[in-house]
Design a protein around this ligand. Structure first.
Ligand SMILES: [Ca+2]
Length: 77
């Protein structure tokens, strides 16, 4: 699970629709965001990777260039 205080983490072998990412809502101070909100607010693509940048905590998903693919692979916990 990726949560506030996790720092920078990298997912090197993410398989769309197979793997899932657990994000703790403390990353956005437990405000009421949907997964789509989270991706739209914090997500970006840099080169071949998708970055979820929560400020102090940054999750890099390597070799994924379409953020929308994640929408059914994220679990908010
Ligand atoms: Ca997916």
């Amino acid at each position: 699970m990726f949560a506030a205080g996790s720092g920078q983490d990298t997912v090197s072998r993410f398989e769309n629709d197979t793997d899932s990412l657990q994000l703790n809502s403390d990353l956005w101070n437990n405000t009421d965001l949907t997964i789509a909100d989270v991706l739209a607010t914090f997500g970006s693509v840099a080169g071949r990777d998708t970055i979820l940048d929560f400020g102090d905590d940054v999750l890099v998903i390597q070799r994924l260039r379409e953020i929308d693919l994640l929408i059914d692979d994220i679990l908010i916990v």
